[in-house]
Write a protein that binds this ligand. Sequence first.
Ligand code: O2Y
Ligand code: MN
Length: 598
Amino acid sequence: MTMATIRHEGLKAWIDETARLGQPDQVCWVDGTEEERSRLAKRAIARGFVIPLDQDRYPGCYYSRSNPNDVARTEHLTYICTRKREDAGPTNNWMSPEEGYAKAKEIIQGSMKGRTMYVIPFSMGPIGSPFSKIGVEITDSLYVVLNMLIMTRAGSKVLDHLGTDGSFTKCLHTRADLDVRRRLILHFPEDNAVVSTGSAYGGNALLGKKCLALRIASWQARQENWLAEHMLILGIEKDGKTDYVTAAFPSACGKTNLAMLIPPRGLKAKGYKIWTLGDDIAWLRVGRDGRLWACNPEAGFFGVAPGTNSKTNPNAIATIRKNTIFTNVLLGDDLSVWWEDGEGEPPASGTSWDGKPWTPGLRDADGKPVPGAHPNSRFTAPASQCPSIAPNWEDPQGVPISAIIFGGRRERLAPLVFEALDWAHGVYAGATVSSERTAAAVGKVGEVRRDPMAMLPFCGYNMGDYFGHWLQMGGRMSCPPKIFHVNWFRKDENRQFLWPGYGENLRVIEWILARCHGKGKAARTPIGFVPAKGALDLAGLNLPEGAMDKLLEVKAEDWAAELDGVKVFFDQFGAALPKELWRQYDALKDRLKTKVPA
Ligand code: O2Y
Ligand code: MN
């Protein structure tokens, strides 16, 4: 593919303009063929951007290390650039488009000198599906190209679909000099554009993912009456019938593990089969049948490595056996990869994520263990390699959703599961999710923050309007999914997890689906319905005496105290917060004062 063969004048003009600004040595159009991918991988090896792993043990796999200052999303450097500040809302950083473009221009000017500028046409969602959107990423990073080829459907076939005047998101990325002072992730939803500078890691640089598929798409979804959400999609098959659920959890709270769940021994006899459709992002549209339908816009998984092993996620381990890029894990001297709480023994010696010599048991000057892998180290793997990938995961019509599950990581407060009273109450439950911070973004790990619908870092507009959009979407469906809230992370008084999690979470999903089908016994509490005693199938689980009571306990005084934090959070939106959410708040406050009979 060359510039001469491009038929889209708008695209050509943008590529020309960017090349004049960045001044690369050459422009290379990515056609998406296997032959080209292999050539680019060789080039990346020759230039030292990636290292091939032992190809007998890890066929088609590469290792990459990012700059040690560039290992997670940087929310404080991520901006929504809208003409009106209130359109970004109080939870986003805002910059005017003029200032954003001016700052970007200064950084991009000449930043690609001596490099190749790659142009990657890509589709989020199956090419041609009514769900899908097209993007074109310009990048001077070969690492980004190799990752985009896994995470999206990319190449000439996308250009063919774009035609001469199709619309696309302009995604401009330059790693510049990787200096944090020149790191900016700028979104221009009014222009359908993203500019990212100074980072070459994950969500900051693979612009189809968080930037397009969530921040820009959430803006478009509001205008076009659909939803772009930070959700996994899971299929649960039993007796020849499959139900689909979506679940939104904050970053690094186990979405990938849940999406690839394996039924626990106690439930196997019931004949469950679990299908993976997506582990991070769902685009949802109302179907002609009045139900909500979901599609995963991505083509790969960018999963957290530490903690992934054949007990926690055997499907992920099988997925990453080949054609996978490992970033910031430990590189063994034998060209193996390893991470904390991973598979098997570490290699006898290797190089840690930050490029230092590493041996098992290594400790720092204070005697603290030195990890080999960064806590936010990742694998990038094709979704098609997942043993549990659903046969219909690329269905252009998506799949119908029975339940939406919100969740957070809370040591206390939230019970294992509760069902919202109705759609509006479910939106309130999603809007008030709070969670302890993880390593996925720069910030203090463990700190509790509100993360409504797990979208706080990813909503491309005012979250007050976002809640309003969610509320009105309920009215567009004659058969809306039921909404639930889960918390796998509740701890006892000794700070030990009460629930085993992982595959055992199917027990909770089984109750959720029973509720969706008008079955499943429940007890009404002020916050919603929780499973009645004995309603969860716990066969073969052997939970300690009293654990289930603790897991399902709803302490009215704790929930009442939580309302103070909710009020502070809601207050910041002023008039943009839908009145319905204040009505829900007041109603919950009242219910917490009244003893509700079981
Ligand atoms: O993109 C990053 O830099 C790491 S964070 C991430 C990666 C994959 C999927 N989700 C997330 C997230 O932060 O939610
Ligand atoms: Mn995510």
